[in-house]
Write a protein that binds this ligand. Structure first.
Ligand code: SAH
Ligand code: SF4
Ligand code: F3S
Length: 452
């Protein structure tokens, strides 16, 4: 009765939270399994950022409970994370058989709640009452620190929780609460432990990483707390690559741009969310920058490192977005030449400022705008990837590719996925790979041997 399956929806913060919950559960003697069919306990770590994300998790929870009614192995179902925080007790109203609802500041309570639920179930009495635990808790950001005991070549490290921005469309400040930073020394210690265990690449995570520690730590020598943290992580032996996600265009200052000249381990890849290319829409979204300012930062980053790769987030169909506004988004997209992008169709979130604006852009128009950007993205990423054909890229080998057959997968510093024939002992190593072929999303290559 101690096999747990965790299914994760949403962003990398959620992935990281799920890993930390898994680590806490292992310490308590639970084993983490890879499929719901083998599990006594299923935990859904959920996302609320768009309606579709919530509907997916709700559908899944409904099916799992129905299957339990028909005698499936699962004994306990829990919903954690953003949708748990957003909907709280209302989840039990719509899914009365749900056992556990755990908010984003209570992940560390999951082992206790499961222990209690399991003990009651073993007592053969009536089913235990549902538990709802969604209060705020000071210091909860410090609980997201445990990792698997096995080697992770590339690891996420959560440096903060929450968001103090008020982008008009966004539910994250509600689901994740106010910005709270972890102490710098604890983060560095976590990175050191990962490095000792064989991790080579670190991605620092937060909703707005460049706001890290703004209130908690002073600016020193013109360097923001986030830049101070980057420098400390950079000094950890064994870590060879550093990335972070997401920065906000506001507050992306010269001290952070300079890191791309001065910190060689910091990879020349940035996820830089633009959301829209129209100043009018940016204002309505409460994104406090203009397209000119966004572009200036991109140019400064390219001056700091001409090989820089960029990815972004764009929302199409924000209320009031006209054809002219959208055309501005397309031109900014083309000017920056994004290598990767997540393009989202606007989804009204209840409780956000933009809720009052309605959902004025018809579904077909959102769909068409989405399609235009996807086509631009495909063209831009094929063009960039084709430039890499014939070059030798430094690849950090992550492991066997899904396709198998001796094909291995790794990434270059620009976060491009590279497939090549390899062998198991290369996992975690840096190898030189000559690129022979490119598609929009994948590069194919061959290892260049030392003699060649
Ligand atoms: N903190 C990150 C974003 C987290 S949410 C940042 O500011 O960059 C990830 C992305 O989801 C956002 O960048 C935005 O593009 C998209 N998103 C957020 N709310 C949305 C909504 N209501 N409808 C559609 N997309 C949305
Ligand atoms: Fe949402 Fe804006 Fe905060 Fe990002 S910065 S999490 S988009 S409110
Ligand atoms: Fe979704 Fe929560 Fe991340 S709403 S995008 S899982 S912070």
């Amino acid at each position: 009765m101690n096999r747990v399956y965790i299914k994760t929806y949403g962003c990398q913060m959620n992935e990281r939270d799920s890993e930390a919950v898994a680590a806490m559960l292992r310490v308590r003697g639970y084993s983490i399994v890879e499929s719901e069919a083998e599990a006594d306990v299923v935990l859904l770590n959920t996302c609320s950022v768009r309606d579709q994300a919530e509907q997916k998790a709700l559908g899944k929870a409904g099916r799992l409970l129905k299957d339990r009614g028909r005698g499936s192995r699962m004994q306990v179902l829990g919903v954690m994370g953003c949708m748990a925080q957003n909907r709280g007790r209302a989840l039990i109203d719509s899914l009365p058989d749900l056992d556990l609802v755990v908010g984003t500041q209570k992940f560390h309570q999951v082992p206790d709640h499961l222990d209690n639920l399991m003990a009651t179930l073993r007592g053969l009495g009536p089913r235990p009452a549902s538990i709802v635990d969604i209060d705020a808790e000071a210091g909860s950001q410090n609980a997201i620190r445990g990792h698997a005991a096995t080697r992770q070549v590339s690891a996420f490290v959560s440096i903060m929780q929450g968001c103090d921005m008020r982008c008009a469309y966004c539910i994250v400040p509600k689901t994740r609460g106010p910005e709270r930073a972890r102490p710098m020394d604890e983060i560095v210690e976590e990175v050191r432990r990962l490095a000792d265990n064989g991790t080579r690449e670190i991605t620092l995570l937060g909703q707005i990483v460049n706001h890290y520690g703004k209130r908690e730590f002073p600016v020193l020598g013109g360097k923001s707390p986030f830049v101070q943290l980057l420098e400390k992580v950079h000094a950890v032996d064994g870590i060879e690559r550093i990335r972070f996600t997401s920065p906000h265009p506001v507050g992306f200052r010269e001290d952070l741009v300079a890191c791309y000249r001065e910190l060689p381990k910091l990879c020349e890849y940035i996820h830089f969310p633009m959301q829209s290319g129209s100043d009018r829409v940016l204002r309505a979204m409460r994104r406090p920058y203009t397209r000119a300012r966004f572009l200036r930062t991109v140019e400064a980053l390219r001056r700091a490192n001409p090989g820089m790769y960029f990815s972004t987030d764009v929302i199409v169909g924000f209320p009031g977005e006209t054809d002219e506004d959208f055309a501005e988004t397309v031109t900014l997209f083309d000017t920056v030449k994004f290598d990767m992008a997540f393009i989202f169709k606007y989804s009204v979130r209840s409780g956000t400022e933009a809720e009052a604006l309605g959902d004025t852009v018809p579904r077909e128009v959102k769909e068409a705008r989405n399609q235009v950007l996807l086509e631009r993205l495909e063209a831009l990423s094929v063009a960039r990837n084709c430039l890499l054909v014939g070059t030798v890229q430094e690849v950090l080998v992550e492991g066997p590719a899904r396709k198998g057959d001796g094909v291995y997968m790794g990434r270059n510093r620009g976060n491009r996925k590279i497939l090549f024939p390899g062998s198991a002992q290369l996992a975690g190593e840096f190898v030189p790979v000559r690129i022979v072929r490119a598609t929009a999303t994948v590069l194919y290559g061959e290892i260049v041997d030392a003699a060649g």
